[in-house]
Design a protein around this ligand. Structure first.
Ligand code: ADP
Ligand code: MG
Length: 496
């Protein structure tokens, strides 16, 4: 039975951003849903359901509807541009495997994005190709057959989604961002060699170094640019030993013009890999090649990494990225929502910016959660919804509370610097904040008293215990402290 397109559009929220290169294929009234497509898509869904988490299935796959099927091409309707990109970006392999399994060889996919045509007040569709070849598609994971690789298909391992254009700079990442741009303009020719970008998770390190790589491949296509994580490097090295191909491995790395190694902290304790990397580093450095690294801590603080390497890591520039401040969080939310074609009310932006603080990744998570809710549950974009999403993401997977989170929370509440809290100061308000932190750390983390003490200026376990008792006493005797503790407990979402 066929339905007309307007019916099909039930459930579609017209929030898709419409890029300039999209052609409007047909207006809704001409698109007839055929039953064959429905049949095929329901088989696909059954397969997909077995391969993704229930929540993912519900959010991303259930709302997709089948529209047409002919010549092995399945056309699906999706509720927005964002949705389409999300599926293509995150479930590309799954979609490809699915249609190949259900339809067979030669199967192809097409999407239609539903939106409201503001002139005719009718639903309309924008046609988008499905399963676009990803940039990384033809990048073979084990590349080190240097002789056979010509420049055209050199496996850079880069993801084209990371660029300088979509990286938003602020005070917390200014130095790293400027240095990255300088290196991207003149690889191997600045003082920033190696360039090491370090800082906590989700703060844009991978984004920045990949942006450098993408910039260089665009402007100097002849350079051999190679991105790899330290884990992949280790694996390749181990495999090369296993397969008796160490010299190929070594030659490959020495042929690179711009080498990016992500997350070098995972070299810790891997002596043979470090040794190999040390020699690679020296050869490249001496040949004036650019080396770019990231790490979760400053090179000088890396544990179990050879001193020779650490000293080399410090030859160039070590630039840190810190948690984004409020202004940067606002700017990132504004920009990312615009990129998704969504206009967020200012109170919603501000609420998220005030409450999601630790990393850009978390900000993105909150935004995507919000967009998914608006798109799928067709809820209005309100402050209430934002609160629901932010609350949900904080309790998600029962993520353990960290001592750093506690420090952030308490320092902000008492308007103190974290450094003061960690200091030896005995000033009442500082000591109270410190004791509060220790009390909360004991309650909400699994850290031992000793570990907790080490986070607060290396205090011993008896001091931590004493602090906890002090707060326990205050809770009974001091209403102000009692209230503050209750507030913290609520924020840490684990109140008993
Ligand atoms: P890290 O490597 O430091 O853990 P990532 O580079 O993977 O972090 O960043 C996490 C996410 O946040 C990515 O999606 C990235 O694109 C985004 N991101 C991080 N910093 C910024 C920024 N300043 N502007 C725009 N997006 C950012
Ligand atoms: Mg990273």
């Amino acid at each position: 039975m066929s339905k007309n397109a307007t019916d099909l559009n039930e459930g579609a929220t017209p929030i898709g951003a419409i890029g300039a290169d999209i052609n409007i294929a047909s207006n809704g009234n001409h698109t007839i849903k055929n039953s064959k497509s429905i049949d095929i898509w329901s088989k696909c869904l059954a397969f997909i359901k077995d391969n993704v988490a229930a929540q993912v299935f519900k959010i991303w796959f259930q709302p997709i509807q089948a529209l047409e099927y002919s010549n092995k091409e399945l056309t699906l309707s999706v509720p927005s541009q964002f949705y389409y990109e999300w599926i293509e970006e995150h479930y590309y392999d799954l979609m490809r495997a699915t249609i190949k399994k259900i339809i067979g060889e030669g199967a192809s996919l097409q999407y239609k994005i539903v939106f409201d045509d503001t002139l005719s007040h009718e639903k309309a569709y924008i046609k988008m190709p499905g399963l676009k070849k990803k940039a990384s598609e033809n990048q073979n994971h084990i590349p080190f057959e240097p002789v056979s690789i010509n420049k055209d298909n050199f496996p850079t391992n880069l993801n084209s989604r990371y660029s300088f254009d979509n990286f938003i700079a602020g005070e917390s990442n200014q130095l790293a961002c400027s240095a990255a741009k300088a290196v991207a303009e003149n690889p191997g020719k600045t003082r920033f060699n190696p360039l090491v970008i370090y800082g906590g998770p989700g703060l844009g390190k991978t984004h920045l170094i990949q942006a450098i790589g993408n910039h260089i491949t665009e402007n100097n296509p002849r350079l051999r640019v190679y991105y790899i994580t330290s884990d992949m490097f280790t694996n390749e090295f181990v495999n090369s030993i296993k397969d008796n191909k160490v010299s190929d491995f070594v030659n490959f790395y020495r042929s690179i013009d711009v080498l990016m190694v992500d997350d070098i902290q995972f070299f810790a304790g891997k002596e043979a890999t470090q040794n190999n990397f040390f020699h690679t580093f020296n050869v490249l450095y001496q040949a004036g090649k650019q080396i770019i690294l990231t790490s979760d801590k400053a090179p000088r603080e890396l544990a179990d990494v050879d001193d020779r390497l650490i000293s080399r890591f410090q030859w160039g520039l070590n630039a840190d990225v810190q948690s984004p401040d409020f202004e940067l969080r606002m700017a990132i939310l504004l920009r990312k929502s615009l990129d998704e074609g969504i206009e967020l009310p200012s109170d919603v932006i501000e609420y998220i910016a005030r409450n999601v603080k630790t990393s850009v990744r978390e900000l993105e998570g909150a935004l995507i959660g919000l967009i998914a809710k608006v798109t799928l549950d067709r809820k209005p974009m309100t402050l209430e919804l934002a609160k629901e999403v932010v609350y949900g993401s904080k309790t998600k997977d029962n993520q353990p509370v960290t001592i750093d989170e506690i420090k952030n929370l308490v320092s902000e509440y008492y308007k103190l610097n974290i450094k003061d809290i960690e200091s030896k100061s005995r000033k009442h308000e500082i000591a109270l904040a410190r004791q509060t932190c220790m009390y909360l750390a004991k309650k909400f983390t699994t850290s031992s008293l000793k570990t907790i003490g080490s986070h607060f200026g290396n205090r011993d376990h008896s001091t931590v215990l004493h602090s906890c008792q002090t707060i326990d006493n205050y809770i009974v005797t001091d209403k102000k402290v009692k209230n503050s503790i209750e507030t913290f407990m609520k924020q840490l979402k684990k109140e008993s």
